[in-house]
Design a protein around this ligand. Sequence first.
Ligand SMILES: [Zn+2]
Length: 431
Amino acid sequence: MLIQNGRIIDPGQKRDEPGSLLIAGGKIAWVGRGKESPPQNDYDVIDAEGLTVCPGFIDLHCHLRQPGFEEKETIASGTRAAARGGFTTICCMPNTEPPLDSKNTVDYVKATAIAEGTIRVLPIGCISRGRKGEELADMGELAAAGVIAFSDDGEPALNSPLMRQALEYSCFCGLPIIDHCEDTALSRGGQMNEGETSAGLGLQGIPNAAEDIIVARDLALAELTGGWVHIAHTTTGGAVELIRRAKKQGVRVTAEATPHHLTLTEKRVKSHGAGAKVNPPLRTERDIKALIKGLNDNTIDIIATDHAPHTEAEKQQPFDLAPFGISGFETAFASLMGLVHRGDISLVSLINKLTAAPAKIIGKSCGGLGTLAVGSTADVTIFDPDLEWTVDTREFASKGRNTPLAGEKLKGKVMMTIYGGKVVYKDESVK
Ligand SMILES: [Zn+2]
């Protein structure tokens, strides 16, 4: 397969130029500059004129819900949704039922992904047994089973000695400990960001401090142990500043922000109700500015979706009863293109945060991804940076139709996703 005449962006190799890409045997076989063409010419040709060609996106944070909550999502539906969003590798959180705290459950997810999935699924193992926050899961067994990180996501690892032990183990195994930073005593009963909007709506708020407190603790524990902490879904200006300072001091920390926290404010709760109910909550314009500054100075290493689908029935309950979480795969890239069109972040930097940067984080357990270097696996995403479209949730492959972007007009669209040399998603308008 020859992809011709596109703009090739491969941040890991500092490549951004017009060119062509040859895929053979599931690998990148050749990359040419400008109008250069490969030796022979009997390939299927994809004309990428006006389109951008980049490594397949990698998502470090999503919820596939299987096993246990197949009514919300399955590995089959979730990976199809991810492919529609331009992702070729996704890392799933272990808050399933049973949770991924043993080799058996990890093996089950891996085998199901291979049998029924559209793209690569890399499981994340639990920090604590049963996600109860009491005793460490068998992290050695989980690492041997191939998890790429550890997390109790959905819940914070509030037990400080336990978090300390997990970070100590991370020094030994070289895998990150991903923490969902929330002081749950402070956030309890909260429905959305605490501020004027929550007061106006009469809803109990979740203050920024609920996040900042645990980020500060995790950074202190990472410093104490030398372990690697990865801060999930950073949302507050305070957390960004704490991470920035810790990085300067040499603490081993990486961090992510989500597309929704980078682009939407708490005001969405007014217009989209439970479709905008997410944890951590959508914050304010000020927090968004701080997050974008953090992206640009690499305080925030990567963008991760936190795709968290629920059934329509669950989300249609009264606001206070509806679960937290939104469906993100199919809108993530297009919503982030809004930041590029506004000049908040460069296109190359955005692609980096979705490809080479997350590839580096999972590199120890799953190397060689997030690049178009010759010889690497042919995971490729092709997008139109300027195509406008309207989010119609009826078209989602995800079972979760809960999104604060329902009905939104976005500019930028994934046109084709290639996984291991095979086309796994193609927009209808692509011939
Ligand atoms: Zn979380």
